[in-house]
Design a protein around this ligand. Structure first.
Ligand code: AHG
Ligand code: MN
Ligand code: MN
Length: 280
Protein backbone atom coordinates (compact mmCIF):
# COMPACT_ATOMS: atom_id res chain seq x y z
CA UNK A 1 0.00 0.00 0.00
CA UNK A 2 2.91 2.35 0.78
CA UNK A 3 4.16 1.81 -2.76
CA UNK A 4 0.77 2.83 -4.19
CA UNK A 5 0.54 5.93 -1.98
CA UNK A 6 4.04 6.91 -3.14
CA UNK A 7 2.98 6.48 -6.78
CA UNK A 8 -0.07 8.70 -6.14
CA UNK A 9 2.17 11.33 -4.53
CA UNK A 10 4.53 11.35 -7.51
CA UNK A 11 1.59 11.57 -9.92
CA UNK A 12 0.04 14.43 -7.92
CA UNK A 13 3.25 16.47 -8.01
CA UNK A 14 3.45 16.01 -11.79
CA UNK A 15 -0.27 16.81 -12.29
CA UNK A 16 0.09 20.00 -10.23
CA UNK A 17 2.86 21.03 -12.60
CA UNK A 18 0.78 20.22 -15.69
CA UNK A 19 -2.12 22.30 -14.34
CA UNK A 20 0.13 25.24 -13.57
CA UNK A 21 2.04 25.35 -16.80
CA UNK A 22 0.61 23.44 -19.72
CA UNK A 23 -1.93 23.70 -22.54
CA UNK A 24 -5.61 23.46 -21.54
CA UNK A 25 -7.26 23.14 -24.97
CA UNK A 26 -9.81 20.50 -25.90
CA UNK A 27 -8.77 17.32 -27.74
CA UNK A 28 -10.82 15.78 -30.55
CA UNK A 29 -11.58 12.73 -28.40
CA UNK A 30 -14.40 11.68 -26.07
CA UNK A 31 -14.03 9.41 -23.04
CA UNK A 32 -16.22 6.38 -22.25
CA UNK A 33 -18.85 8.62 -20.57
CA UNK A 34 -19.06 10.86 -23.64
CA UNK A 35 -17.20 13.90 -22.23
CA UNK A 36 -14.91 15.66 -24.68
CA UNK A 37 -11.46 15.26 -23.17
CA UNK A 38 -9.12 18.15 -22.54
CA UNK A 39 -5.49 17.71 -23.57
CA UNK A 40 -4.90 17.96 -19.83
CA UNK A 41 -7.27 15.05 -19.02
CA UNK A 42 -5.26 12.87 -21.40
CA UNK A 43 -1.91 14.08 -20.07
CA UNK A 44 -2.91 13.52 -16.41
CA UNK A 45 -4.18 10.04 -17.28
CA UNK A 46 -0.79 9.20 -18.85
CA UNK A 47 1.00 10.52 -15.76
CA UNK A 48 -1.08 8.25 -13.48
CA UNK A 49 -0.64 5.22 -15.70
CA UNK A 50 3.11 5.82 -15.89
CA UNK A 51 3.51 6.15 -12.12
CA UNK A 52 1.27 3.13 -11.42
CA UNK A 53 3.25 1.01 -13.89
CA UNK A 54 6.23 1.45 -11.54
CA UNK A 55 4.28 -0.09 -8.63
CA UNK A 56 4.76 -3.87 -8.76
CA UNK A 57 1.86 -4.48 -6.35
CA UNK A 58 -0.71 -3.20 -8.88
CA UNK A 59 -2.55 -5.83 -10.90
CA UNK A 60 -5.03 -3.76 -12.98
CA UNK A 61 -6.06 -0.13 -13.40
CA UNK A 62 -9.29 1.53 -14.52
CA UNK A 63 -9.26 5.20 -15.50
CA UNK A 64 -12.12 7.59 -16.26
CA UNK A 65 -10.21 8.46 -19.42
CA UNK A 66 -9.78 4.91 -20.76
CA UNK A 67 -12.62 2.76 -22.10
CA UNK A 68 -11.10 -0.52 -20.86
CA UNK A 69 -9.20 -1.92 -17.88
CA UNK A 70 -5.43 -2.07 -18.26
CA UNK A 71 -3.82 -5.19 -16.81
CA UNK A 72 -0.32 -4.54 -15.46
CA UNK A 73 0.77 -7.61 -13.43
CA UNK A 74 -1.65 -10.54 -13.31
CA UNK A 75 0.00 -11.97 -10.17
CA UNK A 76 -0.26 -8.73 -8.15
CA UNK A 77 -2.66 -7.84 -5.38
CA UNK A 78 -4.16 -4.39 -5.97
CA UNK A 79 -6.71 -3.00 -8.43
CA UNK A 80 -6.73 0.80 -8.73
CA UNK A 81 -9.56 2.89 -10.22
CA UNK A 82 -8.94 6.60 -10.72
CA UNK A 83 -10.17 9.89 -12.08
CA UNK A 84 -6.90 11.60 -13.00
CA UNK A 85 -8.41 15.10 -13.23
CA UNK A 86 -11.82 15.63 -11.69
CA UNK A 87 -13.59 18.88 -12.46
CA UNK A 88 -11.40 19.55 -15.51
CA UNK A 89 -14.02 21.88 -17.02
CA UNK A 90 -13.19 24.27 -14.14
CA UNK A 91 -9.57 24.67 -15.23
CA UNK A 92 -10.29 27.51 -17.65
CA UNK A 93 -11.96 29.55 -14.89
CA UNK A 94 -9.17 28.73 -12.42
CA UNK A 95 -11.25 26.93 -9.80
CA UNK A 96 -9.91 24.01 -7.78
CA UNK A 97 -9.75 20.53 -9.33
CA UNK A 98 -8.70 17.12 -8.04
CA UNK A 99 -7.66 13.51 -8.59
CA UNK A 100 -9.53 10.56 -7.03
CA UNK A 101 -8.29 7.01 -6.38
CA UNK A 102 -10.03 3.83 -5.19
CA UNK A 103 -7.69 0.99 -4.19
CA UNK A 104 -9.20 -2.49 -4.26
CA UNK A 105 -7.63 -5.74 -3.03
CA UNK A 106 -8.17 -8.67 -5.43
CA UNK A 107 -10.92 -7.31 -7.71
CA UNK A 108 -13.00 -4.20 -8.41
CA UNK A 109 -15.85 -5.58 -6.26
CA UNK A 110 -16.92 -3.00 -3.70
CA UNK A 111 -16.28 -5.47 -0.84
CA UNK A 112 -12.60 -5.36 -1.90
CA UNK A 113 -12.26 -1.57 -1.58
CA UNK A 114 -9.51 -1.22 1.06
CA UNK A 115 -8.25 2.35 0.69
CA UNK A 116 -9.23 5.62 -0.96
CA UNK A 117 -7.38 8.79 -1.72
CA UNK A 118 -7.94 12.17 -3.30
CA UNK A 119 -5.75 15.15 -4.09
CA UNK A 120 -7.04 18.75 -4.26
CA UNK A 121 -5.20 21.16 -6.54
CA UNK A 122 -6.24 24.55 -5.18
CA UNK A 123 -4.21 27.45 -3.92
CA UNK A 124 -2.42 24.63 -2.07
CA UNK A 125 -2.02 20.97 -3.00
CA UNK A 126 -3.50 18.67 -0.37
CA UNK A 127 -3.91 14.91 -0.17
CA UNK A 128 -6.35 12.83 1.86
CA UNK A 129 -5.78 9.11 2.35
CA UNK A 130 -8.19 6.73 4.09
CA UNK A 131 -6.84 3.35 5.12
CA UNK A 132 -7.13 0.98 8.09
CA UNK A 133 -9.77 3.03 9.88
CA UNK A 134 -8.04 6.42 9.72
CA UNK A 135 -8.42 9.38 7.32
CA UNK A 136 -5.14 11.28 7.05
CA UNK A 137 -4.73 14.77 5.66
CA UNK A 138 -1.41 15.90 4.08
CA UNK A 139 -0.15 19.20 2.65
CA UNK A 140 2.42 19.42 -0.16
CA UNK A 141 5.36 21.50 1.07
CA UNK A 142 8.73 21.74 -0.66
CA UNK A 143 8.08 18.69 -2.84
CA UNK A 144 6.87 16.43 0.01
CA UNK A 145 3.48 15.54 1.44
CA UNK A 146 3.62 16.41 5.14
CA UNK A 147 1.06 14.95 7.53
CA UNK A 148 -1.22 17.65 9.00
CA UNK A 149 -3.91 15.81 10.98
CA UNK A 150 -6.52 13.07 11.00
CA UNK A 151 -9.96 14.03 9.68
CA UNK A 152 -13.14 13.25 11.62
CA UNK A 153 -16.63 14.55 10.96
CA UNK A 154 -19.03 16.09 13.46
CA UNK A 155 -22.54 14.62 13.92
CA UNK A 156 -24.03 17.51 11.92
CA UNK A 157 -22.69 20.22 9.63
CA UNK A 158 -23.69 23.63 8.28
CA UNK A 159 -22.97 23.40 4.55
CA UNK A 160 -24.76 21.90 1.59
CA UNK A 161 -23.47 21.22 -1.94
CA UNK A 162 -26.48 20.20 -4.07
CA UNK A 163 -25.47 18.83 -7.49
CA UNK A 164 -27.48 18.10 -10.63
CA UNK A 165 -29.71 20.39 -12.70
CA UNK A 166 -32.42 21.67 -10.35
CA UNK A 167 -35.00 21.73 -13.13
CA UNK A 168 -34.64 17.93 -13.28
CA UNK A 169 -34.72 17.22 -9.53
CA UNK A 170 -37.59 15.19 -8.08
CA UNK A 171 -40.00 17.31 -6.02
CA UNK A 172 -39.10 15.44 -2.81
CA UNK A 173 -35.40 16.07 -3.42
CA UNK A 174 -36.01 19.79 -3.87
CA UNK A 175 -38.10 19.83 -0.71
CA UNK A 176 -35.29 18.13 1.22
CA UNK A 177 -32.66 20.63 0.01
CA UNK A 178 -35.01 23.57 0.69
CA UNK A 179 -35.53 22.12 4.17
CA UNK A 180 -31.79 22.26 4.83
CA UNK A 181 -31.67 25.92 3.78
CA UNK A 182 -34.62 26.64 6.07
CA UNK A 183 -32.62 25.06 8.88
CA UNK A 184 -29.77 27.49 8.26
CA UNK A 185 -27.49 25.48 5.97
CA UNK A 186 -25.35 27.53 3.61
CA UNK A 187 -24.71 26.83 -0.08
CA UNK A 188 -21.20 25.73 -1.07
CA UNK A 189 -21.02 24.40 -4.62
CA UNK A 190 -18.11 24.94 -7.00
CA UNK A 191 -18.92 22.17 -9.50
CA UNK A 192 -15.85 20.15 -8.54
CA UNK A 193 -16.70 17.22 -6.28
CA UNK A 194 -13.18 17.08 -4.84
CA UNK A 195 -13.03 20.64 -3.45
CA UNK A 196 -16.76 20.56 -2.56
CA UNK A 197 -16.38 17.34 -0.55
CA UNK A 198 -13.03 18.46 0.88
CA UNK A 199 -14.69 21.59 2.22
CA UNK A 200 -17.45 19.56 3.90
CA UNK A 201 -14.87 17.16 5.41
CA UNK A 202 -12.65 19.92 6.77
CA UNK A 203 -15.47 22.12 8.07
CA UNK A 204 -16.84 19.22 10.10
CA UNK A 205 -19.82 18.14 7.99
CA UNK A 206 -22.79 18.96 5.80
CA UNK A 207 -24.36 17.32 2.77
CA UNK A 208 -23.02 16.82 -0.76
CA UNK A 209 -25.68 15.40 -3.06
CA UNK A 210 -25.69 14.33 -6.67
CA UNK A 211 -29.11 12.67 -7.08
CA UNK A 212 -30.70 10.74 -9.90
CA UNK A 213 -32.62 13.28 -12.02
CA UNK A 214 -35.27 13.06 -14.74
CA UNK A 215 -32.56 13.40 -17.42
CA UNK A 216 -29.99 11.21 -15.59
CA UNK A 217 -31.84 8.64 -13.41
CA UNK A 218 -28.53 7.05 -12.36
CA UNK A 219 -26.86 10.36 -11.60
CA UNK A 220 -23.64 11.60 -13.12
CA UNK A 221 -20.85 10.47 -10.83
CA UNK A 222 -19.05 7.25 -11.64
CA UNK A 223 -18.97 4.46 -9.05
CA UNK A 224 -15.47 2.96 -9.14
CA UNK A 225 -13.42 6.16 -9.15
CA UNK A 226 -15.73 8.93 -7.91
CA UNK A 227 -18.60 7.80 -5.66
CA UNK A 228 -17.11 4.73 -3.94
CA UNK A 229 -13.77 6.28 -2.90
CA UNK A 230 -15.65 9.18 -1.28
CA UNK A 231 -18.17 6.79 0.31
CA UNK A 232 -15.20 4.98 1.85
CA UNK A 233 -13.58 8.23 3.07
CA UNK A 234 -16.79 9.69 4.57
CA UNK A 235 -17.63 6.44 6.35
CA UNK A 236 -14.11 6.17 7.78
CA UNK A 237 -14.20 9.80 8.93
CA UNK A 238 -17.30 9.04 11.02
CA UNK A 239 -19.83 10.38 8.51
CA UNK A 240 -22.18 8.41 6.30
CA UNK A 241 -23.27 7.97 2.68
CA UNK A 242 -26.04 6.44 0.60
CA UNK A 243 -27.28 6.14 -2.97
CA UNK A 244 -30.75 7.06 -1.63
CA UNK A 245 -31.75 3.44 -1.02
CA UNK A 246 -28.56 1.54 -0.21
CA UNK A 247 -25.21 1.98 1.44
CA UNK A 248 -22.95 2.80 -1.53
CA UNK A 249 -20.37 0.36 -0.18
CA UNK A 250 -22.72 -2.60 -0.76
CA UNK A 251 -23.55 -2.14 -4.44
CA UNK A 252 -21.29 -3.37 -7.26
CA UNK A 253 -20.83 -1.60 -10.57
CA UNK A 254 -22.00 -3.75 -13.49
CA UNK A 255 -19.74 -1.91 -15.89
CA UNK A 256 -16.50 -0.09 -15.00
CA UNK A 257 -17.88 3.35 -15.90
CA UNK A 258 -21.30 2.89 -14.22
CA UNK A 259 -22.76 5.92 -12.46
CA UNK A 260 -24.85 6.16 -9.31
CA UNK A 261 -26.86 8.75 -7.41
CA UNK A 262 -24.82 9.62 -4.31
CA UNK A 263 -25.01 11.50 -1.04
CA UNK A 264 -22.12 12.06 1.37
CA UNK A 265 -22.21 13.89 4.67
CA UNK A 266 -22.27 13.75 8.39
CA UNK A 267 -24.64 11.36 10.11
CA UNK A 268 -27.45 13.85 10.67
CA UNK A 269 -27.85 14.88 7.03
CA UNK A 270 -27.51 11.34 5.65
CA UNK A 271 -30.18 10.12 8.08
CA UNK A 272 -32.42 12.82 6.60
CA UNK A 273 -31.69 11.68 3.02
CA UNK A 274 -32.41 8.04 3.89
CA UNK A 275 -35.67 8.99 5.58
CA UNK A 276 -36.88 11.16 2.66
CA UNK A 277 -35.85 8.64 -0.01
CA UNK A 278 -37.32 5.64 1.89
CA UNK A 279 -40.76 7.27 1.69
CA UNK A 280 -40.72 7.55 -2.15
P1 AHG B 1 -15.18 15.22 -14.44
O1 AHG B 1 -14.55 16.56 -14.65
O2 AHG B 1 -14.18 14.19 -13.98
O3 AHG B 1 -15.98 14.74 -15.62
O4 AHG B 1 -16.23 15.30 -13.21
C1 AHG B 1 -16.90 16.48 -12.82
C2 AHG B 1 -17.96 16.08 -11.85
C3 AHG B 1 -17.74 16.44 -10.39
O5 AHG B 1 -16.50 16.93 -10.03
C4 AHG B 1 -18.79 17.46 -10.07
O6 AHG B 1 -19.27 17.32 -8.79
C5 AHG B 1 -19.82 17.25 -11.11
O7 AHG B 1 -19.18 16.70 -12.22
C6 AHG B 1 -20.46 18.55 -11.45
O8 AHG B 1 -21.54 18.33 -12.27
P2 AHG B 1 -22.59 19.48 -12.63
O9 AHG B 1 -21.86 20.35 -13.63
O10 AHG B 1 -23.73 18.71 -13.22
O11 AHG B 1 -22.95 20.22 -11.38
MN1 MN C 1 -14.66 13.25 -12.32
MN1 MN D 1 -12.03 13.52 -14.84
Amino acid sequence: MKEILNAIERAAIRIREEIDTKDIGYSQQQNATGDTQLQLDIKCDLVCEEEFSKAATINTIVSEEQAHKVVMNTASQYFVAFDPLDGSSLIDVNLSVGSIFGIYDGSFDVKDLVAACYVVYGPRTELVFAYEGVVKFYLLQNGEFEFVKNITLDEKGKLTAPGGTQQNWAAYHKEMIDGLFQEGYRLRYSGGMVPDLHQILLKGGGLFSYPGTSDKPDGKLRMLYEALPFAFIFTMAGGDQTDGKNDLLTVDAKYIHDTTPCFFGSKYEIARVKDVYARQ
